[in-house]
Design a protein around this ligand. Structure first.
Ligand code: SF4
Ligand code: SF4
Length: 376
């Protein structure tokens, strides 16, 4: 089983991006999983996730932004300012959403650097008015995409993209289940790379074929007799998104001998079990699916609890770690609700870790995680 391609996926996708652009294709840079890939692709635009997971550009961002903002916002803005994110450079347009307050205000500054469209996202998943508002927001995005690519979205084109992205989400989820097998050789950091790769798939058909090949080879590998089975504590990680460069909590947990078998956050499996309905009006189906994403910017956010409960059972989880960034008010505040749910309903150990991208608290984190593993 060869996962080299996924480990270097973002670097390799830069050459795909050049091919796409040479053929006249347009590129949209996105920051959040509320960006509706199917609509962007149906408008003839390729989407890539923009960098924001490393400490390096934060200092530059703090010239314009308060130091108290979450590191993800500062890192994203820093990369946009300093020109070191090749995906930002390649992007013709940016697509942003009104998720948390810090991001919204940062996008006002970022919009001075490139054409940026802000999607207006309601802050609740309940009721007719929020849904209508979100539908309108998708229509506005469609107009903005048309301005960029001059490609009109057809119902058939959108349906085809929905079918394709549903397949990709399903493959990623099936791979995650296989990777969590006690005999799987894949680490959480391998899985982080595989799951992050979805954000850089310039040619989705080719990407789907690679995912299918990986799932098949992993399934074949696991059928071998006498593979050693891991007895390690199985942890579900939830909270804010992490990525290559900000994965210190995962690294420390693995170094201490536990296994992160499931990542519920946006860089992991959030939304992977939410297919878009392939019947009926594709625009409406798309809007319904994206509004169901269980992000803490929604209130209430009951579906996050339900999704975690399902994953605890599917991935045979022993304990939960909620990793949030300092400055992320919504995920930090929601941690109390989650802790009560996990301890009362799921009856498994829970640890909340609040940290940032720097390495300054590494030893302190190691001590807390070590104690948590020992007591779980
Ligand atoms: S945590 Fe929420 S705001 Fe952040 S990327 Fe995920 S869906 Fe978007
Ligand atoms: S981690 Fe929290 S504060 Fe940071 S961008 Fe995401 S939702 Fe906003």
């Amino acid at each position: 089983m060869d996962i080299k391609h996924f480990i270097n996926f973002s670097e390799l996708s830069i050459s795909d991006l050049h091919t796409w652009k040479e053929e006249g294709g347009k590129v949209a840079g996105v920051y959040c999983i509320y960006a509706p890939i199917e609509l962007i692709r149906a408008a003839g635009v390729a989407q890539v996730s923009l960098c924001g997971k490393k400490q390096a550009p934060i200092k530059e961002a703090e010239r314009d932004l308060p130091a108290s903002l979450c590191p993800l916002i500062k890192s994203s803005y820093g990369y946009a300012l300093n020109g070191t994110c090749p995906f930002f450079t390649a992007s013709d347009i940016l697509i942003a959403e009104t998720t948390c307050d810090g991001k919204k205000k940062m996008y006002e500054l970022m919009g001075k650097l490139k054409p940026l469209h802000l999607m207006h996202l309601p802050h609740t998943q309940q009721g007719t008015a929020p849904f209508e508002y979100w539908m309108m927001s998708l229509r506005e995005l469609e107009d903005f995409l048309f301005e960029c690519s001059k490609v009109k979205v057809s119902a058939e084109g959108l349906h085809n993209q929905i079918v394709l992205q549903n397949k990709i989400r399903n493959e990623l989820y099936q791979i995650a289940i296989l990777a969590a097998n006690e005999k799987s050789p894949l680490t959480a950091r391998d899985m982080l790379a595989i799951q992050e790769s979805k954000s850089f798939a310039v040619f989705p058909d080719k990407y789907l074929a690679r995912l299918t090949a990986l799932r098949t080879s992993l399934a074949t590998f696991l059928k071998q007799p006498n593979l050693p089975a891991s007895q390690s504590l199985r942890i579900l990680m939830t909270g804010c998104p992490v990525g290559k460069g900000s994965e210190k909590t995962i690294r420390i947990t693995e170094e201490l001998g536990a296994r992160v078998v499931c990542m519920e956050n946006c860089s992991g499996l959030k939304g992977m079990t939410l297919p878009v309905d392939e019947t009926g009006d594709p625009h409406e189906a798309l809007a319904r699916r994206y509004l169901k994403i269980p992000c803490s910017c929604m209130t209430p956010n009951q579906s996050r609890l339900e999704s975690i409960e399902e994953m605890v059972s599917t991935f045979k989880v022993d304990a939960i770690m909620d990793m949030t960034w300092i400055g992320c008010h919504t995920y930090n505040a929601e941690s109390t609700t989650l802790q009560r749910f996990v301890e009362k309903k799921l009856k498994i150990p829970f640890l909340h870790i609040e940290t940032d991208y720097s390495e300054s608290d590494t030893e302190q984190l190691r001590t807390r995680i070590e104690a948590f593993i020992e007591l779980s």
